[in-house]
Write a protein that binds this ligand. Structure first.
Ligand SMILES: NC(=O)c1ccc[n+]([C@@H]2O[C@H](COP(=O)([O-])OP(=O)(O)OC[C@H]3O[C@@H](n4cnc5c(N)ncnc54)[C@H](O)[C@@H]3O)[C@@H](O)[C@H]2O)c1
Length: 254
């Protein structure tokens, strides 16, 4: 894609393990990438390393409505994006001593919901308002849930699975509300993915156990999640909306 046909993708959380793999694949496919993240140093470095030109980094804190509004306004001044990926967030509990339903603090609960559920909602709502005001063909939105939102998570504490279940509900509601505008909304629920963030929660022996338990005897690479993301953002994904795609190597089949 070149010139005026060239599409812009906003990747919120693009400096993370899965996010950067998505940015790379979208840039290789010819899209202009607007990488939004709290981590300025990593985000700017990744933007500088992407294939092609005109990619931008914009700092955002997804937990702040003002920050989200400003970041999306800044992208819009550059180009009206047709793709939105929200892959920011993660568990906020203490890996060495994960909380359970008896011990989880209100502070951990609120901060986790704010980051994963409210942060996703704020970005999605802003982007939807912009695209309804100024429609762009082939608009797609992709959110990130987690297998823990389907099964619960012994390592992450209760707040994280609850926040990811909220993302799945939000995916369905946004798909309904945006269908009249021909905007497609889906989510991915990954199983374990080999990122630095996972390694914060899983040591070497736990990793071996995870791999042994996995039907494919390994966990996913970020690139495998990015391949599924690229499909859900593509023109080929024209009649799937409101879905949460399980990309978990068979860890949960239904
Ligand atoms: N890695 C896994 O095994 C796994 C499994 C299931 C789901 N997920 C989900 O996939 C997504 C990405 O996971 P990852 O492993 O790449 O995580 P990661 O920690 O590598 O990436 C998350 C990114 O979000 C950014 N971020 C954090 N707080 C932010 C804020 N307030 N505002 C803006 N950006 C913020 C971080 O700077 C980081 O770049 C997360 O939503 C996670 O819950 C990951």
């Amino acid at each position: 894609m070149t010139g005026s046909d060239r599409q812009t993708a906003v990747v919120v959380g693009g400096a993370g393990g899965i996010g950067r793999a998505i940015c790379r694949k979208l840039a290789e496919a010819g899209l202009r990438v607007a990488l939004l993240d709290l981590n300025e140093a990593a985000g700017s470095t990744i933007v500088g390393s992407l294939t092609g030109h005109d990619h931008i980094f914009v700092r955002v804190d997804v937990t702040s409505e003002a920050s989200v509004d400003a970041a999306f306004a800044s992208v819009e001044a550059h180009a009206a994006a047709s793709k939105l990926v929200i892959v920011s967030g993660g568990p906020l509990g203490t890996p060495a001593a994960p909380a359970n339903i008896f011990t989880v603090s209100l502070d951990e609960w609120n901060r986790t919901l704010e980051l994963n559920a409210t942060g996703t909602f704020l970005c999605l709502r802003k982007f939807a308002q912009l695209r309804v005001a100024k429609p762009v063909p082939a608009t797609r939105i992709l959110l990130f849930a987690s297998i823990t939102g389907q099964l619960g998570g012994s390592m992450t504490g209760p707040a994280y699975p609850a926040s990811k279940a909220a993302v799945m509900g939000l995916t369905r509601q946004a798909a309904l509300d945006l269908a009249p505008h021909n905007i497609i909304v889906n989510a991915i629920a990954p199983g374990s993915v080999a990122t630095d963030e996972l390694k914060r929660f899983v040591d070497a022996s736990m990793m071996k156990a995870l791999e042994a338990r996995a039907p494919l005897h390994r966990i996913a690479s970020p690139e495998e999640i990015a391949d599924a993301a690229c499909f859900l953002l593509s023109d080929a994904c024209s009649y799937i909306t409101g879905a949460t795609l399980d990309v978990n190597g068979g860890a949960l089949m239904r």
